[in-house]
Write a protein that binds this ligand. Structure first.
Ligand code: UTP
Length: 293
């Protein structure tokens, strides 16, 4: 197995029940943050660290995702005729972002199952998993650090972050130990999906980004439905731990779960404020609005 990671898998077939009613008709990964759908930020993050072979796992009611990354000849002709050069370039750039492939998860049976659907495409290569509803600030460099760590160690790496005690039960929770000489990297000793607070190994939660060896696929095949009746990626990683080292890459900022309404609002505000074209005007309005309310 090579330790150079070039493939990314983006699971985007979940039902998005936390974002109803919008997700009744719109995939949550297509809900825009300012003017780009969430999944475009995720694809751009992957491309920025050299993951140019991207597989998006979609499902029923998710065809808007396939359409979005396709060419749009009619729209492009219209923009060209109207001399809308900037818009034309933007629209064309989306289809040229990367080598994007799609595969469908017939039924939303859980994140582990969704990753398992990628097996044929991924083959014997290592690959990154980026959740389609998790936005990470590329400036913080979490995925870049994970890919680098994978290159050095040849072992799976999970993004982990400390969370308040009352949120431990929402994530995979990891027991870890320090790795001598490493600041961001820890060794994962155990991992439990959405533990009851009394049984949580720690307040370190697994979040949205994974770089995995292909050995994970055999573990997924053996994984039975767990929390919520779903085939959990965390459970497959727990089995992998018995056979291979798995590392955690710790980070503390720059992540938004945009499948969660409050995080979605925070992400929208931060991204809008960071924009050169919209930021200054938006900031002025926001300060004024907060002063009045
Ligand atoms: P979530 O844990 O957010 O689950 O999935 P969900 O079902 O999409 O959303 P809620 O909890 O009902 O609101 C994390 C990521 O994994 C994908 C989702 O699309 C999301 O990007 N996923 C989840 C799948 O691709 N397939 C699944 O069976 C489950």
């Amino acid at each position: 197995m090579t330790t150079r990671v070039t493939k990314a898998v983006i699971p985007a077939a979940g039902l998005g029940t936390r974002f109803l009613p919008a997700t009744k008709a719109i995939p949550k990964e297509m809900i825009p943050l300012v003017d780009k759908p969430a999944i475009q930020y995720v694809v751009e993050e992957a491309v920025a660290v050299g993951l140019t072979d991207i597989l998006i796992i979609t499902g029923r009611n998710k065809s808007a995702i396939d359409d979005y990354f396709d060419r749009t000849p009619e729209l492009e002709r219209h923009l060209e005729a109207g001399s809308k050069k900037e818009e034309l370039e933007q629209v064309q750039a989306i289809a040229d972002l990367a080598d994007i492939h799609f595969v469908r998860q017939g039924e939303a049976r859980g994140l582990g199952h969704a990753v398992g659907v990628a097996r044929r495409h991924v083959g014997d290569d290592p690959f990154a998993v980026l959740l389609g509803d998790d936005i990470m600030d590329p400036e913080v460099g979490v995925l870049a650090g994970m890919v680098r760590a994978f290159g050095e160690r040849g072992s799976s790496v999970l993004a982990i972050r400390r969370v308040p005690q009352d949120q431990v039960c929402l994530y995979g929770s990891a027991a870890v130990e320090a790795v001598p000489g490493e600041e961001s990297l820890v060794r994962i000793r155990d991992i439990v999906e959405k533990p009851d607070p009394a049984e949580a190994p720690s307040d370190l939660a697994v979040m949205g980004r994974y770089v995995l060896t292909p050995a994970i696929f055999d573990e997924i095949d053996r994984t039975v439905p767990g929390r919520g009746g779903e085939i959990q990626l965390t459970d497959a990683i727990r089995s992998l731990l018995a056979k291979q080292e798995v590392y955690g890459y710790t980070f503390s900022e720059g992540r938004f779960d945009v499948g969660n309404k409050l995080d979605y609002l925070r992400a929208t505000v931060e991204l809008a404020l960071a924009r050169e074209d919209l930021g200054p005007a938006f900031r002025g309005w926001l300060v004024d609005y907060l002063g009045r309310s």
